[in-house]
Design a protein around this ligand. Structure first.
Ligand SMILES: Nc1ncnc2c1ncn2[C@@H]1O[C@H](COP(=O)(O)OP(=O)(O)O)[C@@H](O)[C@H]1O
Ligand SMILES: [Mg+2]
Length: 373
């Protein structure tokens, strides 16, 4: 939208041009029925464009043009001159006075709008940019430990960061032990315990607490030693998530295995929650209880089966019946995982073709795509 000053002593035409430029062109107009007044208006508050009649009592359109060109604040404003049919105005005379274009009345509506568009600075031509895609937050959760939440979080985050082009953050909000950093071969210093000191962490403090992995992945680690007290408060967690959402397009959260303030806050901000289960009765029982306790977010939940141990598994149908929902995917047991853990080199990066890395990639993108809907 541009602000266009229209100067013409024919008030009827002035009104027609106003309707055309505002309603069809989507511009804002300023009208003047007098040459001198029009010039003063342009000098007082320079518009984006001037459309002016040539023959007017008092000051002519030529004179307006010359004066606008002579004034630094209006020298580069595009000017279109309009003349009534039969007036002996030379197209060249309009250009010589400093106009950019000249049209004969009655002006064709489409043509005028086209010429207005052609003359407006480039930015007016650029299609409005696609609004940036909202940040997707995938929270991985299990209230039973040892089922592979951290392994999945690390591998999904590492896959995305490895693919490049996306700003990805892995937030390990577990109460202690810094396992996400461990799996990535990073020392978990600093970690979120530094953010728990302040009631509301600042943007700078949050940025300063993010570790940099050698892929583009940024990591908010958890402390190795258990944080004494409540850990990250609801308020501090919400602030942290809000700040991370400004900076990253994807956030993967390794959620605590307890429903503390940080867990509840992060579930609130989640786009999608991946509930990780193993095919053992205690894990399934925990998952059923978790789904029941968190039924306010039931829609966000997707269940992922992880095979942390080799050997025969409970049949998928039995698991789905117990959970009363389908599994979104299965991560097979991968003997290479033990070595990847020991080396601090997640399979998603060190061995992208491994079964675990492939499954993490597929399930990760499936869950994040669900979050897009
Ligand atoms: N699909 C898998 N295949 C082989 N080992 C796995 C698999 N998933 C996880 N593990 C191993 O299981 C253990 C527990 O995983 P972890 O991600 O730490 O679980 P959680 O975060 O749920 O406590 C780790 O030693 C990890 O390397
Ligand atoms: Mg863990």
């Amino acid at each position: 939208m541009a602000k266009i000053l229209v100067i013409d002593d024919n008030t009827e035409l002035l009104d027609l041009l106003r309707v055309l430029l505002e309603q069809r062109g989507g511009h804002q107009t300023v009208l003047s029925a007098d040459g001198t007044d029009g010039l003063l208006q342009a000098l007082a508050d320079p518009p984006d464009m001037v459309i002016s009649d040539v023959m007017m009592p008092g000051m002519s359109g030529y004179e307006i043009c010359r004066q606008l060109r002579a004034n630094p604040s209006t020298a580069s404003i595009p000017i279109i001159m309009l003349t009534a049919r039969g007036q002996s105005v030379d197209h060249q005379a309009a250009l010589d006075a400093g106009a950019d274009d000249h049209m004969v009345k009655p002006v064709d509506a489409e043509e005028l709008l086209q010429r207005v568009d052609d003359l407006l600075p480039q930015k007016e031509h650029i299609e409005p940019e696609e609004p940036p895609a909202p940040t997707r937050t995938l929270v991985l959760l299990s209230l039973r430990g040892g089922v592979g939440v951290t392994t999945l979080a690390v591998n999904v985050a590492a896959t995305l960061a490895q693919a490049g082009g996306k700003a990805v953050c892995l937030a390990d909000l577990c109460s202690s032990s810094g396992h996400a950093a461990l799996q990535l071969g990073l020392r978990p210093e600093p970690n979120w315990s530094g953010l728990a000191q302040a009631d509301i962490p600042t943007v700078d403090a949050i940025e300063a607490h993010l570790l940099q992995h050698k892929s583009s992945l940024r990591v908010l680690a958890s402390p190795v030693f258990p944080a004494v007290g409540l850990g990250l408060s609801k308020r501090a967690t919400l602030t942290t998530m809000r700040v991370l959402k400004q900076q990253f397009t994807t956030i993967i959260v390794d959620a605590p295995a307890v429903l503390n303030e940080a867990a509840m806050a992060v579930l609130e901000t989640a786009t999608v929650v991946g509930l990780v289960v193993t095919a053992e009765p205690p894990s399934i029982q925990t998952a059923v209880g978790t789904l029941r306790a968190l039924k306010q977010w039931s829609e966000k939940f997707q269940v992922i089966l992880n095979q942390v141990a080799p050997g025969p598994q409970l049949p998928q149908g039995a698991l789905e019946r117990a959970l009363k929902r389908p599994l979104v995917g299965t991560i097979p047991f991968d003997p290479a995982q033990a070595r990847a853990l020991a080396q601090g080199a997640p399979l998603a990066i060190s061995n992208p073709g491994s079964p675990l890395a492939q499954a993490a990639r597929t399930i990760g993108s499936q869950l994040l795509a669900l979050g897009n809907q």
